[in-house]
Design a protein around this ligand. Structure first.
Ligand code: ZN
Ligand code: FE
Length: 257
């Protein structure tokens, strides 16, 4: 399975999962249809699945047009999103599994950004290779999604599930927010050498107009303030020694950054 990253709207990424042997593809969070149709035409591939992480327009905006072009496509989303995802046919529960080509992904229920948000995790085919996590607007490179429909306690629980995946997992999040996220992270965790190094790398990438996605989960664990609620530095920045309160206050500061 090859992952092809497509740019959409102002800062969204759409991910096309492509299986060369069967010449089929699946798409994660089609913000719009055009870039997906263009890539499929180049590959001469058939779209068999749409995997939505949540109902926001910048994640489902292309569903209907893709369904018109590929009437046999199956539309997947979380069970709690019933009625909110255009064309949804499969209603996924926590810990359920979906298939694409020769791969099986685990569905992880990650409420917080929305009350229905799910992530898709493809474990590696071979142990030495990275797995792939499609986490929508829950975990970002250097950040996390805003809490629109969930509480800090829910979000910390969701991020904790993602944090428990192997370090060698590619994090395919849905927005290019990395530079701004790391600028914020440095205001709280400026002595973190891994974070400083990452910031310099990301700045260089962005100055060349290159994407910073995917990132690696191991890097997120060391540098993303929204996965580090038990670190003394972050607790003191949040003036709390409670993990949920630390997370909530850091999220609140980011909302105003
Ligand atoms: Zn969203
Ligand atoms: Fe989004």
């Amino acid at each position: 399975m090859q992952v092809i990253r497509l740019e959409a709207l102002s800062d969204n990424y759409i991910f096309l999962l492509y299986d060369r042997t069967q010449n089929i593809a699946a798409v994660v969070d089609p913000a719009e249809a055009e870039p997906v149709l263009k890539q499929l035409a180049e590959l001469k591939a058939e779209l068999v699945a749409i995997f939505n992480t949540h109902h926001h327009q910048d994640h489902v905006g292309g569903n209907q047009q893709l369904m018109q072009q590929f009437p046999a496509v199956t539309v997947y989303g979380g069970i709690e999103d019933r009625g909110r995802i255009p064309g949804q046919q499969v209603f996924l529960e926590d810990n359920s599994h979906i298939k694409f080509a020769n791969r099986v992904a685990e569905v992880i229920f990650v409420p917080g950004h929305t009350r229905a948000h799910i992530a898709y995790y493809f474990p590696p085919e071979v142990a030495s290779e990275p797995g792939d996590l499609f986490c929508g607007d829950t975990l970002f490179a250097g950040g996390c999604g805003r809490l629109f429909e969930g509480t800090p306690a829910q979000m910390i629980n969701s991020l904790n599930k993602l944090r428990s995946l192997p370090d060698n997992t590619r994090v395919w999040c849905a927005h290019e927010y990395t530079l701004k996220n790391l600028q914020f992270a440095l205001t709280l965790d400026g002595e973190n050498a891994d974070l400083q190094k990452r910031f310099d790398e990301v700045k260089a990438y962005r100055s060349r107009g290159e994407a910073t996605i995917p990132s690696l989960l191991g890097v997120e664990k060391r540098t993303n303030p929204f996965l580090r609620w038990e670190q003394p530095t972050l607790q003191s920045a949040a003036k709390s020694n409670d993990p949920v309160q630390t997370f909530a206050r850091i999220r609140g500061m980011k909302d105003k950054f």
